[in-house]
Ligand binder design. Structure first.
Ligand code: CA
Ligand code: CA
Ligand code: CA
Length: 371
């Protein structure tokens, strides 16, 4: 592992036994304040059904009519004294097993979020459904019915926020519905607790969007060391929208590998420009890179990221790893030092290297987001 550090950023570069860089990450001396939005805050208002009834499965659906249910803010429950809304639990020696909760929230565009975190406070067990799909099951058997107790009593963890990741694709534009069933651990357990927070982490400001148009050089002829610089003349290069590459059929722009499929160029070069209004306001820049097979990303002539290549690579250096699905289609993420970026026009230059001259596929796209 190579470590570079100064007063603002510490960067770790992980190398395998032959020197191929296999991962890179940077941490800041001050914690990253990731832009987020509270989709469902703690203490939100929920509809609830607390009469010991069996609601089956229809109540989980977005379109279920819950207007006859009671409502109140979380924390909901009984028995601890910390509830904002006390719900009915039935006889103390024969408590209701299951209580039901529903709420809705608005999302303008699910694609605004790169990740969504759900935090669940539950006593004792719970299952959470988002727009009718189960997203969390915590301390509750997979085949639980309304008469199934939680797997164990929540004791020390009854007041903790249990974290889960939810795929942003499970959100819908417009009204979203959360439906939660909370189960007691026994008929004599003295308490029930429920609260839930849902937080969306935003993509940040798009500096370079996926699908951007790039200049590219697909002749296999090394453009020389100046190709990463702003002044380099790339007017003669071809241009096309990402994803660029060949061999998989999902390319927006198909690049050439020359006349001989057994002697394909090892390296293909890409360049683009983008604007940054105020780089000193950036905490970090998130790079999300799709690459088959290896790549080096240069920002304004300085190396920003390297993946699957030795640090001494040249135009003829083969990538150390053959990227296969799903890795070849994934967007590997890392945080870049914001000091690489300039006010005004910036140049990004990316070299993508093949695993070998017979590799039948090449893929490239990327995204830069300012945080
Ligand atoms: Ca309990
Ligand atoms: Ca409680
Ligand atoms: Ca390949």
């Amino acid at each position: 592992m190579l470590v570079e550090a100064d007063e603002a950023v510490c960067t770790f570069r992980f190398l395998d036994l032959v020197g191929t860089q296999i991962d890179q990450c940077s941490i800041r001396s001050t914690p990253l304040d990731e832009p987020e939005t509270a989709l469902v805050p703690a203490g939100a208002a929920w509809r609830f059904k607390d009469d010991g009834s069996n609601q089956g499965t229809a109540w989980r659906a977005a379109g279920f009519n819950d207007t006859t249910w009671a409502s109140g803010p979380a924390q909901l429950g009984y028995g601890d004294g910390d509830e904002a809304t006390t719900i009915a639990g039935g006889p103390s020696t024969n408590h209701f097993v299951t209580s039901y909760f529903r709420t809705t929230f608005q999302v303008a565009n699910p694609a605004d979020f790169r990740r969504v975190r759900l935090q669940l406070l539950r006593d004792d067990g719970a299952a959470v459904f988002l727009n009718g799909q189960e997203v969390v099951r915590d301390n509750l058997a997979a085949n639980a019915t309304s008469s199934t107790f939680a797997l164990a009593a929540a004791n020390a963890d009854e007041n903790l926020w249990h974290p889960y990741d939810v795929a942003p694709a499970q959100l819908v534009a417009g009204t979203n519905t959360l439906a939660v069933e909370v189960h007691q651990s026994s008929a004599t357990s003295s308490d029930v607790s429920f609260d839930l927070r849902l937080t969306g982490f935003l993509r940040g400001t798009a500096l370079v969007a996926r699908g951007t148009t790039w200049k590219y050089l697909d002749t296999g002829v090394d453009p020389g060391p100046a190709w990463t610089s702003a002044a380099f003349p790339d007017a003669g290069w071809a241009s096309g929208a990402a994803p660029l590459g060949y061999g998989e059929g999902d390319e927006q722009t198909v690049v050439s590998f020359g006349p001989n499929p057994l002697q394909r160029p090892i390296t293909t070069w890409f360049r683009a420009t983008f604007q940054v209004a105020n780089p000193s306001a950036l905490q970090a820049v998130r790079l999300a890179l799709q690459r088959d097979d290896g790549a080096v990303v240069w920002i304004n002539g300085r190396e920003a990221y390297r993946d699957g290549l030795v640090r001494t690579s040249t135009a003829s250096t083969q990538a150390g790893y053959d990227r296969l699905a799903p890795e070849e289609n994934a967007y590997a993420e890392t945080l870049l030092d914001p000091r690489l970026f300039l006010a005004g026009t910036n140049v990004i230059a990316v070299e993508v290297h093949q695993f070998d001259a017979q590799s039948d596929d090449l893929s490239f796209d990327l995204e830069l987001s300012g945080l």
